[in-house]
Design a protein around this ligand. Structure first.
Ligand SMILES: Cc1ncc(COP(=O)(O)O)c(C=O)c1O
Length: 371
């Protein structure tokens, strides 16, 4: 096979798959002259809530705001207060943790399992103290982090279960019957529609989903300057809204999300069945929307350079764990060995709906040739 160029995530190509409908949706908003809190937002919120399987969806400015607003609303409701603790996986993207510290709550980091990359539910209980108020699970890389055990711990200790669903739009959870989607499993869930996500906007956008009527109303108000009636302010709020353009684009892309996820699953299956290289550890074949296809390699940096030389783009999710970041210097001396293994060995290879079979085959062949 000749040298090919396989980009990690070619957003231009992904957008082009539905370019006509996207342009039409944008034109409709531009020509309509209504740019915030209008029909496009209402339609997307309705359709996304229905898709996830919750009573409410509140469109907000981005995924970090979605997480931050959930915690802030619990503080306003008197369910949490400054200094309370929130359990969170140690290997998550920094935004999960930022939402906790932003609210002057205390993140309690718990190790993931190296085979799933998800929070290790057998380690959670030992971290619970009288100040624990919530467990934030992160459906990292597109896999479902919810387990019956986590749900049972939440019930027994009266904790809120918050889902960070930034990376798992459309993932099914088979640990509940009837099966439900991630984003509908806990008390509230945050979603990011950052352009690179499975359901990606053409800019920043996010949402909260929940079945809790009161929480939904509180979040909607805080995100709108603290106001639910014009010029009347109940909270010291902020401005965090999805705009009409992004909502309209997301409604178009939502129609194709299951199809897109199916293509990602096909690619992931092909990788798992055909990549054979003793230097590489493949992820388990499990339910996932494969936001990321993570492989582990002790010689990760050499592998990344080798693939770059072959024209294949890759990304590391993530090169420095949160507890080693200088913004959280108080944790820098702490040790989270599983998290550190993942951060030092993980490499994400291309896996998206616009990929052709020949690109997939090329990636497989080059990885199999890595020595
Ligand atoms: C796990 C996780 N949580 C939260 C976020 C934050 O979302 P956003 O970039 O929309 O603020 C992201 C994405 O960037 C993420 O991957």
């Amino acid at each position: 096979m000749d040298n090919m160029k396989v980009d990690y995530l070619p957003l231009k190509r992904i957008t082009a798959m539905h370019a006509d409908e996207i342009h039409e949706a944008i034109d409709h908003v531009v020509d309509g002259g209504w740019y915030l809190k209008g029909n496009a937002t209402e339609t997307f919120e309705h359709d996304y809530a229905e898709y996830i399987g919750t009573r409410h969806c509140i469109g907000v400015a981005n995924g970090l705001d979605a997480l931050t607003l959930i915690l802030r609303a619990y503080i306003e409701e008197g369910i949490m207060r400054e200094g309370d603790e929130v359990i969170v996986p140690a290997n998550t993207y920094i935004a999960s943790i930022l939402s906790i510290t932003e609210n002057r709550l205390v993140p309690v980091l718990v190790e993931p399992r190296v085979d799933t990359f998800l929070i290790d539910d057998s380690l959670i209980e030992q971290h619970i103290t009288p100040r624990t108020r919530a467990i934030m699970i992160v459906h990292l890389y597109g896999r479902c982090a919810y387990t019956e055990k986590i749900s049972e711990i939440c019930r027994r200790h009266v904790l809120k279960l918050i889902e960070d669903n930034a990376q798992a739009h459309g993932t099914m959870c088979y640990a509940v019957t009837p099966y439900r989607k991630t984003g509908s499993l806990g008390d509230a869930a945050a979603h990011s529609f950052y352009p690179g996500k499975n359901l990606g906007a053409l800019g920043d956008a996010g949402a909260v989903t929940t079945d809790d009527d009161h929480l939904a109303a509180t979040i909607r108000s805080i995100a709108n300057y603290g106001s639910s009636r014009k010029y009347v302010f109940d909270y010291v709020g902020r401005n965090s809204r999805i705009d009409e353009l992004q909502a309209a684009v997301l409604s178009v892309k939502l129609r194709y999300l299951d199809e897109d996820n199916l293509r990602r699953k096909e690619i992931a299956t092909r990788y798992i069945d055909n990549i054979i290289n003793p230097l590489i550890r493949l992820p388990e074949k499990t339910e996932s929307v494969w936001h990321i296809f993570p492989i582990l390699c002790e010689q990760r940096d050499r592998l990344q350079q080798y693939l770059a030389d072959k024209g294949i783009g890759t990304v590391i999710h993530y090169p420095i764990p949160p507890h080693k970041q200088s913004c959280y210097s108080e944790w820098n001396e702490q040790s989270y060995p599983i998290t550190e293994i993942i951060h030092s060995q993980e490499l994400s290879i291309p896996c998206h709906q616009a990929m052709s079979d020949s690109e997939v085959d090329y990636v497989i062949q080059q990885i199999n040739n890595f020595a």
